[in-house]
Structure formats: structure tokens, C-alpha cells
Design a protein around this ligand. Structure first.
Ligand SMILES: [Zn+2]
Length: 462
């Protein structure tokens, strides 16, 4: 049984798709006016794993992510750089897709907002016709919150009069309620606009999502994901629009709402060597994608994840450990007698149990590392039987299919250095610090350095 935490009910629930083994999933994508921040990358990598995991478990996952390629922020940035807003958005759409590919995010189908203007206009018209929306001349079309008593069901806030429900583009003193949000903005000062019977203009931020999901999924579907910061007002607005347009209740629009917590770097503890990098492409220059994916998955997705040199190094050490294990397993002959088939079966079960429990990847990783720690000596000594070696490799392959964390190649550390590292580990276990330090100096003379992490020693070139 797969369980997931549902924001709208505030409980962990069993995943029961609306249609058997078919899952329709939508995740809020980027507004394309800048490079992808590591915090956004966390959301995108997480849902990539959700899709891959569910597919592995036999579900047919139809996963759509939107790309907001028309928005106030895009227009502002483009103007600052004297660029055409739509061209500017195109450039950053490409950059976004490259970054996602570089991070191994391969599961979503992308849909641009600007390719769905007719669907947006249809939804706006429906809401106008039903009396849920009204026109402010020379400004735009707004949703009238007083016509929707269920407002606030997702976020637990009934903030129709609150200031923080309003973004700057939605601000107008002619609005009926303070929290009313724009569905459509009439064309102004040469901003990009599209002809429409309601008046030429462009979509508001919230409506593109429901226009896209209604087109591909209908007015009801299974999973909607995004960053935690989107719950209010963005997702609340989506619930409001779609439920009003289709005459449904908030609980009947999207069955499960999933939200990913932030990446925090409050204390700016990153060293100069990393230059306080927070953009995914900058971190990708320094770390293989598998290390970044592992890092992003190493914290439970509903808790904030810290970004620091230390934690990135730890992630690198963790991935090296898995990589070296896989390398060793592929070299092992399986000439020994020892069978660990049961142990692998157990670990595999623990792995799935953890992932089934609201995608608890860190706990799933813990079971993998437990297995590695336990059978590493036997693998080194080549004392395992053929079947065990085969099963160990198969299991790691499965993990990689779901999580995408095993590199096909990592920079080779010379055997002499690895031998010294192992020797140093033994000395450290014996608390022979003086000798261990001598060996560290020896390693450094050879042009390498050792950092001790929770996953064991990390060896890198100096
Ligand atoms: Zn969205």
C-alpha cells in the first residue's frame, strides 16, 4: 500500500487513483526568466522520482508540467534587458530543459502556457458567464471570491480580504474583494497579448494551470504537486477557478495535493570555493548529477533541506560508496559459498516500505547503505556465491531505475591512494590518530585529500 501526505486533508492517505492503475499528475513548473534555483530543482527532482517510482510499481503515470512563459516577471526582466519578452522566455525555457536533462529529470511532458491561450480564454469566459468573474475596464478580468464560499479549503485560510493573497499584478482599487485575483490582463503598453472575445490580453498566473489540466485530464485528476510556497495563493486560486467553472467541490478537483519544502541556506555557510552557488547549473559544474539527485533526495521532502559544503561532500561520499560497491559487484566472480539472498530480499522490502510510506527516500537510502556496509567485506574477499552477487547487482539496478543515483562513471582514484585510505580507516578505528594523520599527509602528498563523512571517507583530488 502506497501512502502519501495530502495537503488538503492534512493526513497521510492510501493512494487510490481515480481510475485503477492510471495516475494523472500535474506539477507546477518554472516561470522562465532565470536559471533554475536548487530549491526549485528539489521539487522537480522529487516529482521525477515520484513518477519513476510509481511507474516502477506498475502505475501508468501521465505526468504533465507547465512552463510559465508569459508572466509579469518575464516582461519586467526582458524590458530591463531590452529583449522581447516572448523571445526572452524561449531562451530560458531552453535553459530550463537543459538543466532538467543535466539533472536526469526525464519523466514529465512539458506544456507551455502560451500554447494554451484558447483553453485559458474558454475558462475565463465560462467564469464570466457563470457570474464568478467580472471586468475592470482597462485592467483585466478578476475572480469574485464572494461567489465561492469554499475558498480556503486547501490552505486552511479564508483570506479573501488579506493582503498577502494579492500579488502586485493583481492589485487594483476597483476590485470587489481584496483577495480577488486576475484571470486575464488586458493588453497594455505593447506587452505581449492575444486577441480574445473578452478583450485582447494575456493570462493571469493561476489560470494557465487549470486550462492545461482541464484540457489533458478533465476537471478532476489525481495528483497536483509543487513547492510549499505555492499552496497559497496560487493553488488555492486553482481550486477556486476549477471548482467554480466545473461546479465541483474542492475535494473533488484534485485527489492528492503534494508539496515539497524549501532548500535553506540561511546562514550562507557555503565556502568561497563554491562561491555561494545556488543555481542548479553552477552546482552541476562541480558535482555529477547523481550526487545532486542524492543530495536533493537525502532529506524527507516535506522538511527543509540545508545547502552547505558539508552536506554536498557527504552526498558525494555516499554516491562514491554506492558506485564503488557496484563496481566491486561487477568484478566479483561469485566463486564463494556465502549466500546473502535473504538479506537482499529483506533490504529490498525495507526499501519499498520506505518509499511506499510517503516517498521517504532518506529511509530507503539507509536500508541500501546498511546492506552495503554489511556485505562489502564479503564482496572484497569474493566469498559470495554467484546468485548473491547477481541479486545484489539486480537490486542496485532497480534502485537506480527509480532514483537515478548511480553514476555510470566517476573519476578514478588510484588504487595506491584507496589502499592508504583503507589503512587510515583501520588506524582510526584503533584510535591510532598519530599514525592515521601520517597516512593522511602521505595521501595529500600524492595529490589527494580525505574528508570524513557519515558515509565514510571521501577522497578527492586536491
Ligand atoms: Zn502553477
Amino acid at each position: 500500500m502506497i501512502k502519501l501526505y495530502n495537503t488538503i486533508t492534512r493526513t497521510k492517505e492510501e493512494l487510490v487513483p481515480r481510475n485503477n492503475k492510471k495516475i494523472q499528475m500535474f506539477v507546477c513548473g518554472p516561470t522562465v526568466y532565470d536559471y533554475v534555483h536548487i530549491g526549485n530543482a528539489r521539487t522537480f527532482v522529487f516529482f521525477d522520482v515520484v513518477a519513476k517510482y510509481l511507474r516502477y510499481r506498475g502505475y501508468e503515470v501521465d505526468y504533465i508540467q507547465n512552463i510559465t512563459d508569459i508572466d509579469n516577471k518575464i516582461i519586467e526582466r526582458a524590458q530591463k534587458e531590452n529583449a522581447d519578452p516572448l523571445e526572452y522566455a524561449k531562451k530560458y525555457t531552453e535553459i530550463f530543459k537543459q538543466d532538467m536533462e543535466a539533472l536526469g529529470v526525464t519523466s514529465p511532458e512539458y506544456k507551455n502556457a502560451t500554447d494554451h491561450i484558447p483553453e485559458v480564454i474558454t475558462q475565463v469566459k465560462t467564469l464570466l458567464d457563470k457570474g464568478n468573474a467580472y471586468v475592470i475596464e482597462g485592467d483585466g478580468i478578476y475572480f469574485d471570491l464572494s461567489t465561492f464560499p469554499d475558498y480556503g479549503k486547501l490552505s486552511g485560510r479564508t483570506a479573501s480580504m488579506a493582503d498577502d493573497a494579492v500579488s502586485r499584478i493583481d492589485d487594483s482599487d476597483k476590485k470587489r474583494n481584496r483577495g480577488d485575483f486576475a484571470l486575464w490582463k488586458f493588453s497594455q503598453d505593447g506587452d505581449p497579448s492575444w486577441p480574445a472575445p473578452v478583450g485582447a490580453g494575456r493570462p493571469g498566473w493561476h489560470i494557465e494551470d487549470t486550462a492545461i489540466t482541464e484540457k489533458y485530464f478533465g476537471p478532476q485528476y489525481d495528483i497536483h504537486g509543487g513547492g510549499q510556497d505555492l499552496i497559497f495563493p496560487h493553488h488555492e486560486a486553482e481550486v477556486t477557478q476549477q471548482c467554480a467553472a466545473a461546479n465541483i467541490k474542492p475535494k473533488d478537483f484534485v485527489k492528492y495535493w503534494m508539496h515539497v519544502a524549501f532548500v535553506t541556506n540561511k546562514e550562507r555557510k557555503m565556502s568561497k570555493s563554491l562561491g555561494n552557488f545556488e543555481m542548479a547549473y553552477e552546482l552541476l559544474k562541480k558535482y555529477p548529477k547523481e550526487v545532486l539527485r542524492f543530495y536533493l533526495l537525502s532529506g524527507y521532502y516535506r522538511s527543509p533541506l540545508d545547502l552547505s559544503d558539508k552536506i554536498l561532500q557527504q552526498s558525494e561520499a555516499g554516491i562514491r560508496r554506492i558506485y564503488e560497491f557496484v563496481q566491486k559487484a561487477s568484478l566479483a566472480n561469485g566463486n564463494g559459498e556465502e549466500s546473502i539472498e535473504e538479506r537482499i530480499k529483506e533490504t529490498r522490502q525495507k526499501f519499498f516500505d520506505a518509499m511506499d510510506d510517503d516517498f521517504n527516500a532518506p529511509q530507503a537510502f539507509a536500508s541500501v547503505f546498511g546492506l552495503i556496509r554489511e556485505i562489502n567485506p564479503a564482496l572484497t574477499a569474493d566469498s559470495l556465491d554467484k546468485n548473491s552477487v547477481k541479486k545484489a547487482k539486480e537490486f542496485l539496478n532497480e534502485v537506480d531505475t527509480m532514483l537515478g543515483i548511480i553514476p555510470s562513471k566517476l573519476e578514478k582514484i588510484p588504487d595506491e591512494v584507496l589502499e592508504l585510505v583503507e589503512k587510515r580507516e583501520k588506524l582510526r578505528e584503533e584510535k591510532n590518530w598519530a599514525e592515521a594523520d601520517k597516512i593522511r599527509a602521505q595521501i595529500e602528498e600524492m595529490g589527494y585529500r580525505v574528508d570524513d563523512t557519515i558515509y565514510g571517507p571521501l577522497v578527492t583530488r586536491r
